[in-house]
Design a protein. Structure first.
Length: 275
């Protein structure tokens, strides 16, 4: 058997499709070429990130879009290379596609949402988002689902339609420094200005709290059992801000004890009338 006869040897021989060893070689070449092209694209995008022309989230979104487009083209070439015509294939599967469309409307919605997310760039990898009561960092954006790593370090897989149909807060779209606050109540009779100074001193000792804009204290209200204050501060670490708040509460409790500032217990006065 000559080399040409070996290459043209038919592995599958039907009326519509003939698959030979030559076709397998072509398929292998297309797959390898696609893989190499994607590697080159990734290196070019990494270079853009290195020179700060795009950020990591933009790089991921651009790469995902290019990857899907290249694979669609590659699959089309693969199908054509084995003798199948795309228009015939689509026409013959039209009824199946209609049936699948009716049964998988939500899945298609997720895919469309994934494409919109990648093209619009409103959601990127490394973004910190809040979806209802869940706060987490986006670790992956796929065509149908995306992954979020929560503050408790577990991964949530979210259907993409949630990001396009529901209201979400993207903390990464806000200014780099985000404002938060800690609520504090002190006993009636406490010196308000002393409370303010102590709270500000506590904020200044925390290295994760920004000095510009500076922290400030708001005398919020005369509560039922306490004078209510709020300590406002700015930080870049919005994803782990609950740890900062906890550290502040420990320090505030310590400094209040040193300055004889009392945090009151909730109390209720009951008046009994004799009749």
């Amino acid at each position: 058997m000559t080399l040409r006869e070996y290459i043209e040897f038919k592995l599958i021989d039907t009326e519509k499709v003939d698959i030979t060893i030559y076709h397998l070689i072509v398929i292998a070449v297309i797959i390898i070429a696609t893989w190499l092209i994607l590697r080159v694209v990734k290196k070019l995008l990494n270079r853009q990130v290195k020179y700060n022309k795009i950020d990591i989230g933009q790089k991921y979104a651009i790469y995902q879009i290019i990857k899907y487009l290249i694979w669609i083209i590659a699959i089309g070439i693969l199908v054509e290379s084995v003798g199948l015509k795309l228009n015939i294939l689509i026409a013959s599967s039209a009824a199946l596609l209609v049936g699948l469309g009716l049964g998988l409307q939500q899945v298609f919605s997720d895919y469309v949402s994934g494409i919109l997310i990648l093209f619009e760039g409103n959601l990127k990898v490394k973004d910190v988002v809040q979806l209802r009561d869940i706060i987490g960092e986006v670790t992956q954006i796929g065509l149908r689902t995306s992954k979020i790593e929560t503050r408790d370090n577990y991964i949530i897989i979210v259907p993409n339609h949630k990001f396009t149909n529901d209201e979400i807060v993207n903390w990464s779209h806000i200014e780099t420094k985000t404002r938060f606050h800690v609520n504090v109540g002190v006993a009636y009779g406490s010196e308000a200005r002393l409370v303010e100074r102590v709270l500000l001193d506590c904020a200044k000792t925390n290295k994760d709290i920004s000095n510009t804009p500076a922290p400030f204290v708001r005398f919020d209200d005369f509560g039922n059992s306490s004078l209510d204050f709020q300590l406002y501060f700015f930080t870049r670490k919005s994803f782990r801000v609950e740890n900062i708040k906890s550290d502040m509460r420990f320090l505030i409790d310590e400094k209040f004890r040193e300055n004889n500032i009392r945090i009151p217990f909730p109390q209720m006065d009951v008046h009994v009338s004799e009749t």
